[in-house]
Design a protein around this ligand. Sequence first.
Ligand code: F6P
Length: 352
Amino acid sequence: MLNLQQYNSKGNTMPQKHATVHHSEKPRKLKKIGVFTSGGDSPGMNAAIRAVTRTAITNGLQVIGIVGGYEGMIQGDFRELSWLDVSGILQTGGTILKTARSQEFRTKEGRKKACESLLKEEIDAVVVIGGDGSFTGALAFSEEYDIPFVGIPGTIDNDIFGTEYTIGYDSALNTVVQAVDKIKDTAVSHGRIFFIEVMGREAGLLALNSGIAVGAEVILIPESTNDQKVFEHFISKGYKRKKTSGIVIIAEGDEMGGALKIAEKAEKENPDLDIRVSILGHMQRGGSPTAKDRIAASKMGVAAVEALIDNRQNIMIGLKHEQVVHVPFSEAVKLNHAIDENLIKIQHILNS
Ligand code: F6P
């Protein structure tokens, strides 16, 4: 019989005031840790699973892979990971542990079931690899139960506060650049303007940096306030007066709308323009991780297990100036990752 209350030291109701512990005073005896991936996959997640597994085994811990994100945790879909189970995955995209966006874990009942599954399997602590949705889930869990979580940021959006880097961003950036370089060939040949939509949810960093890397004439991102003006300036001065083709990169979260909507409006207002649209979509999330992603994932995977051994909990492992930092989940999910204004300036100097 599981004694859930024992692990539920803050009572089984969500406290009004956030009181999450980041460093436990009483030394914890770790024997078995769980690891899982959650939310949108990103290249390098497998490298992180490998690093977590091997660091844990090196420290005498047993490792349980939780299959299918929080959903798998609720269902008790567990499989032990050995040193060899994570061999040959460093260079692969996707995630061997599968992933999901669990609706059930958003509910109190779902989190209770997840806790019961973890206790039944005797998992003492958990490493979650994912984005802010995954950390929001971990934070809610930590306010109700005392099983420690440590997070590793994995998302192509690079939108998490407290870390300069999230696993998968560099791979996605290179994928976008390769794709747009190809589109540019045909844009130049036909004298067309291409409106290319890049992922990133509400964040524009992937669009901004890929736009700079391909020399896009215009980059539209949610963080900038004068998108409309910049765009109109390009159409009237840049394209009509001197350009014979053009690349407009649009972050999917831009307030002017997606690529289709913006292109449709531009076409209506400028019937003389030859416009095409390309939505890069989920190809941005696939493929082999770059060296940068493999290294970041390895660094963060080792740091996550070391943090658990050091009694840390409810924190995300971040990177600042290439060095590991610990960021409380409460900060990582509440604040936004600000965009470097200098990048916007660089774009305006070089490509407008
Ligand atoms: O957060 C990663 C991301 O790829 C975003 O850039 C995008 O908006 C979203 O996930 C797409 O999610 P899904 O794969 O669930 O459609």
